[in-house]
Design a protein around this ligand. Structure first.
Ligand code: GAR
Length: 190
């Protein structure tokens, strides 16, 4: 069995979708959902689905090895970032394999401050013809790790940031859990 810890800062619709996808899965288990925001709706969603939830502070995340030890004690094999907004500290990157989803076609529209609606606002403002999602490994720089999967979608002339966000979310729901599953079977069966 491979254990996943999900990190998320916001609403958590991707986290919920991933939890549902892996319910009763033969070799993947969602161990826990972690958030740096006490009030984040993701914690409620996870709790409703019977997944253990954890809140953590910046000091716990980057000031000590407490969280790393706890995740290792829980036998977490993979950390999945699903709308998680802090830069992951180097010691974390060294300790775990980490996968992130970004709501644009990296390397464009990535980096510090480029998340969620800010990404879609920039894409619409620049009248891009296409956007999409990038699922990638996390390294020590924002949005710079090796790509696992990119999927494109059109940006329509009358799109607003909200209509584009909805289209991108649909792509995320369709591709993110499967990409995680494929990654796990590829890496751990090798
Ligand atoms: C998702 O669109 C995800 O790609 C994005 O935040 C959203 C979270 O939505 N992540 C980033 O922007 C990371 N840079 P959700 O909370 O409903 O899953």
């Amino acid at each position: 069995m491979k254990n996943i810890a999900i990190f998320a800062s916001g609403s958590g619709s991707n986290a919920e979708n991933i939890i549902r996808y892996f319910q009763n899965h033969p070799y993947v288990r969602i161990d826990s959902v972690w958030s740096n925001k006490k009030e984040a709706y993701v914690l409620q969603r996870a709790h409703n689905l019977g997944v253990e939830t954890k809140y953590f502070t910046r000091e716990q995340f980057s000031g000590s090895d407490q969280m790393i030890k706890e995740l290792q004690n829980r036998n977490v094999d993979l950390v999945v970032l699903a709308g998680f907004l802090w830069l992951v500290p180097p010691e974390f990157v060294d300790a775990f394999t980490i996968i992130n989803i970004h709501p644009a076609l990296l390397p464009t529209y990535g980096g510090k401050g480029m998340y969620g609606s800010f990404v879609h606002e920039s894409v619409v403002r620049n009248q891009e013809k296409e956007s999409g999602i990038t699922i990638h490994l996390v390294n020590k720089e924002y949005d710079k790790g090796e790509h696992i999967l990119q999927v494109k979608c059109p940006v329509l002339p009358d799109d607003t940031p909200d209509t584009l966000a909805a289209r991108i979310h649909e792509l995320e729901y369709k591709y993110f859990p499967k990409a995680i599953e494929d990654f796990l079977s590829r890496v751990w069966s090798a």
